[in-house]
Design a protein around this ligand. Structure first.
Ligand code: UDP
Length: 327
């Protein structure tokens, strides 16, 4: 099974995960890939021009009409870093809710399948660990993260309503902290912040005591899971966690990066952001069962590839790094 002969739309296709997904879809022989992106947190430079690739600047907050047939829509259009999604929280909420509504309307008119990139943030600050898809979460719905958490939760509700009311084929992937080459230097999330800081010989900004945990999933694993979810038959209405169950503390991540970059790690302790989840770890048994999927790239391997990419980009712009040796 492959994407050959399929016409695919990727909303948010110029973003970090989107650009990797677009490359993988083209590599898998998709007949046509159309990207829509508003370039709010992404750049058109992330996409290499190709004959089967069409790119449109459009904000999915506004309705979208496209000519021609469409088979599968992937919705990755939403800022995902807390710093970015809180910078314009109203636009973030609207991207998730109005944006998903607009894509559902488009998918319905085309008879297309819709794969939604949802998030582990729907579990909030979880009281259960690991988090299975059946866990209803513990979100702070009035807090500053709610524009993202609750926007994504509302989008999930809407997808399931279109599925039940109109019989539409929708699938939801809850992504857990994806990282890898191509992340923006200014992304603001922990992996990119720490790599940029360590490569510059600066202290790492640890928020709180650094004992909070995350489970980091390498981007090629995330993309492989999304592609399987978009292709397999019989998965309409399914919700699936995609993440790497290797749960680590932020301090462990910092130490691992220091080791790989070859610098002694020093820390600046910063205040913990409000509602920062204390732990996060996916239960991926459903993904194993439905998609035959598991995360394959170990943290050290994925971080080494990510460091190499950041080093190349920083060096190219003359931001040469102090005291760093090749990993
Ligand atoms: N974090 C940190 N230093 C940073 C950025 C983030 O210690 O420079 C922490 C943050 O408080 C959180 C974890 O790292 O506990 C992951 O944060 P990130 O913004 O990457 O993603 P999140 O999982 O919170 O959406």
């Amino acid at each position: 099974m492959s994407y050959s002969d399929l016409r695919v739309l990727v909303a948010g296709g110029a973003g970090f995960i989107g650009a990797h997904l677009v490359r993988a879809l083209l590599g898998d022989g998709a007949e046509e890939v159309t990207v829509v992106d508003n370039y709010r947190t992404a750049s058109a430079d992330s996409l290499t021009p190709a004959s089967r690739l069409k790119v449109l600047q459009h904000d999915i907050i506004e309705p979208l009409q496209l000519d021609g047939p469409l088979d599968v829509i992937f919705n990755l259009a939403c800022p995902a870093s807390p710093v970015h999604y809180q910078a314009d929280p109203i636009a973030t909420w609207r991207s998730s809710v109005y944006g998903t509504d607009n894509l559902l309307t488009l998918a319905r008119s085309k008879g297309a399948r819709l794969v939604q990139a949802s998030t582990s943030e729907v579990y909030g600050d979880p009281l259960e660990s690991p988090q299975a898809e059946t866990y209803r979460g513990n979100t702070s719905f009035l807090g500053p993260r709610a524009c993202y958490d609750e926007g994504k939760r509302a989008a999930e509700s809407l997808l399931m309503d279109f599925h039940r009311v109109h019989g539409m084929d929708v699938r939801i992937a809850r992504l857990f902290n994806t990282y890898g080459p191509g992340m923006a230097e200014q992304d603001g999330r922990v992996v990119s912040n720490f790599i940029v800081q360590a490569l510059r010989g600066e202290a790492l900004t640890v928020y709180g005591n650094g004992r909070q945990t995350r489970s980091f999933c390498y981007v090629s694993d995330t993309v492989r899971g999304l592609m399987a979810l978009g292709l397999r038959e019989g998965l309409s209405g399914e919700v699936v966690n995609l993440g790497n169950p290797n749960e680590v503390t932020i301090l462990t991540l910092a130490e691992e990066l220091g080791r790989l970059i070859g610098v002694p790690t020093s820390y600046t302790h910063c205040p913990v952001p409000p509602d920062d989840p204390r732990r996060r770890c996916p239960d991926i048994s459903r993904a194993r069962r439905l998609l035959d999927w598991g995360a394959e790239v170990a943290l050290s391997e994925g971080l080494a590839a990510t460091i190499a990419d950041f080093r190349t980009r920083l060096d190219r712009r003359g931001k040469t790094l102090t005291g760093a040796e090749s990993p």
